[in-house]
Design a protein. Sequence first.
Length: 408
Amino acid sequence: MLTISKRGEQMPASPIRKLVPYAEAAKRKGIKVYHLNIGQPDIETPPAILDAVREANIKVLEYSHSAGNESYRRKLVQYYKKAGIDVTHEQILITTGGSEAIMFGFFCCLNPGDEVIIPEPFYANYNGFACAAGINVVPITSTIETGFALPPIEDFEKAITPKTKAIIICSPNNPTGYLYSRAEMEALKEICLKYNLYLFSDEAYREFCYDGEYVSAMHLPGLEKNVVLMDTISKRYSACGARLGAFVTKNKEVYDTAMKFAQARLSPPGLAQIMGEAAVDLPDSYFDEPKAEYLARRDLLVNRLNKMPGVFCPNPGGAFYAIARLPIDDCDKFCQWLLENFSYKDQTVMLAPATGFYGTAGLGTNEVRLAYVLNLDSINAAMDCLEKALEQYPGKVIEKKLRAADAK
């Protein structure tokens, strides 16, 4: 009898995409679905980077260098310099999306059975990548009451074992929108140096910081050998489908090891690298408009949520995500119910259950992630749907009980 691998059985379903069949069924019934479940921006992809592909004189679409085209890597040196990151083109490896950069980091720096510490809630696909690499995620819980600030360093130290090899952070954060302060980044630096750990830094949202300073892991002097920066153009230029990322490190041994994995998969996407080069040539002012738009969306979303009875949503400092606590019994059931059994004016909203962003079982059951990637009118309409849904949901938890549970 044919069987599925243990790895395949253990691979977690995406909390972001697992409800897609229910959304599709709702649409077939004529219901409009507002997609706040996934970080797919509706900001227009810059026409200049699409034009660069259209205008390229390509007779044969060849493999690129396994590390990516040198011309693109040299362009990225200029881009990173503007962000205060001093690297050479020989310290940048182009990847198939940020996802491959994360996988390369796991494959290069950890053995099967090793442990990686991640503040939770965290980007759900870290779980999937860890499963594929055969490593174990050790979550350290941050709480909605603190706005998902970095947990105390003592909590990290308690979790470190001989198998601990790395810490992953994402700032500004997906799914919480939290922006790590310089003091928090310095604290992470100290613990990585003390215990000889890698620091994997997912910096996909660096352009979208609203209430504080962007601090890269590569801004921390003395930590150069420990840092692996993982990056992507997906959210920066509203180019998710390009599947173009970067793996950046000053640790030559790690870089050379990543190159072997890069050679095994041959090369990153060729057309996307043309887009990436053109993106670096965009004026610095390009980000002013999308950043202002996301800020307006954040303010609207958070304001609407916190006016709903029993709802609490901390104000995110960056990215375009927020986690809200709702007066519900089970976020997975609620998010499915929104698509299967609820509509308001032939509309509903799709959210991501927060349980999938926690590594600790039982956490996040009354929380959801919302991506404010739709225009202001759509966010308002989605919040109208959510407000009505919370009035009608059979598993609603009254505010008094919710507060009592929080106090324990």
